[in-house]
Design a binder for this molecule. Structure first.
Ligand code: ZN
Length: 412
């Protein structure tokens, strides 16, 4: 039939419609209608049974080349990273980097597929994925993630970050490798300026990576101040560089754990800087004992979202690409459990995360793209409490199914 919808979701409870149950009609990858009594026929109908239907989940921070690598190492990096107030974070990174000596696309690809299939299962349709690019990892990790990005395009969209995990000044040769990764098709320029030995080197690191970003016209994502050192200042340097290069709204910071130790006057300056750089922050409070001041940043109107960070690697032994689980953990670690906080947490794994990684075409509304989850819970409270996988996942207008949820051979 000419006016037939591809998919109709009936009895959907929406975060925006109170107690009214709505129907959502989808055609050609877009939301065509949100109505209480739709009259158009549909090729396929599903019943949400009064459960919550929302935008799909977005994971703005995942080290996708490292997933499931913990068995290749011992637990020494974990122990160092999670000690006290993170004084030994750099030692942990050095220990963890041993895994990269054996880096090979051949064994990384199946791990990446497995993690992305789990993302699909848990309703996560967009991921910003870091892949280490340095003289140890060479281009093996980034090649693996780029390959899986192509396999999953249109089901789980992956932005690949070329990430010089071991530093740029510290690791001569890595800048050229980041350039090669961008030439291969990496979407985002990474960075980790705080890992450099001096402030001057951290500044060079930031300048070199922003230079690549402007040359290749790519966004920037950097891990900043990821250690228990109140003297770390790379979030500030990054924001200043974003403003200097005209990259406002195109730079995203991650971690900024040292923020938890800053004096109040300096914290307030940072909040103002973030606003003028239009720079968001991704926090992953479940992967380290120190975290950014998420609550205060939110209150100041900053763009803050949550990331999975790691899945079963040298830094974090758990993780299954469930953003509801990430939000559940964060609600404890950030002490955000009241109703308005729960709603905010939910935004931080959906619409705010999409905004942070530059997915501007996002949102459950007529005309919006059909990226949605039909949960097994009627409200955000129960969704967080149970953090169960959704009953249905819709990505790009397509209902995902069992074939997508298992890490099997790539789709045709
Ligand atoms: Zn990370």
């Amino acid at each position: 039939m000419a006016n037939e919808l591809d998919l109709l979701i009936r009895n959907a409870r929406l975060r925006t419609h109170g107690a009214d149950l709505m129907s959502i009609g989808i055609r050609a990858g877009r939301i065509e209608l949100v109505e209480s009594r739709p009259s158009l026929p549909a090729a396929r109908e599903i019943d949400a049974a009064g459960n919550l239907v929302t935008e799909s989940f977005v994971n703005p921070h995942l080290h996708l080349d490292k997933v499931y690598t913990l068995p290749r190492l011992d637990d020494r990096a974990l122990t160092e990273y999670q000690k006290g107030t993170m004084g030994a974070a750099m030692t942990a990174i050095e220990l963890a980097s041993r895994v990269k000596q054996d880096y090979d696309v051949a064994w990384i690809v199946p791990n990446v597929r497995r993690a992305v299939a789990k993302a699909a299962r848990h309703g996560c349709t967009h991921i910003r994925a870091f892949a280490d690019v340095d003289t140890k990892a060479r281009l093996e990790g980034v090649k693996a993630v780029l390959q899986v990005r192509e396999e999953w395009r249109g089901r789980v969209d992956i932005q690949v970050v070329a990430f010089p995990q071991d530093g740029v000044v510290r690791d001569p040769g890595s800048e050229a490798l980041v350039r090669q990764a961008l030439e291969l098709g990496a979407d985002v320029v990474g960075g980790i300026p705080w890992i450099e030995f001096t402030e001057a080197d951290a500044r060079s690191h930031i300048e070199l990576m922003f230079a690549l970003a402007t040359e290749f016209d790519r966004d920037v994502s950097m891990l900043v101040d990821d250690a228990g050192d109140a003297g770390l200042r790379t979030l500030e340097m990054m924001a200043v560089q974003a403003i200097k290069t005209g990259w406002q709204g195109r730079a995203l910071a991650h971690h900024a754990r040292a923020m938890g130790l800053y004096p109040e006057p300096y914290f307030r300056k940072l909040v103002a800087l973030l606003a003028s750089a239009r720079m968001g922050l991704v926090s992953d409070p479940h992967t380290g004992p120190l975290h950014a001041r998420v609550r205060d940043l939110l209150e100041a109107g900053a763009l803050v979202c949550l990331g999975q960070d790691d899945i079963h690697d040298a830094y974090y032994p758990y993780g299954r690409n469930s953003m509801l689980e990430v939000a559940f953990l964060a609600s404890h670690l950030l002490w955000m459990t009241a109703a308005p906080d729960r709603e905010r947490l939910y935004d931080m794994i959906t619409i705010e995360a999409a905004r942070a990684i530059g997915v501007s075409d996002f949102g459950l509304k007529v005309g919006g793209p059909a990226h949605m989850v039909v949960l097994r819970a009627p409200d955000v409270l129960e969704a967080l409490r149970d953090h169960a996988p959704p009953a249905f996942v819709v990505s790009h207008g397509r209902l995902l199914g069992d074939a997508d949820f298992h890490a099997s051979p790539p789709a045709p």
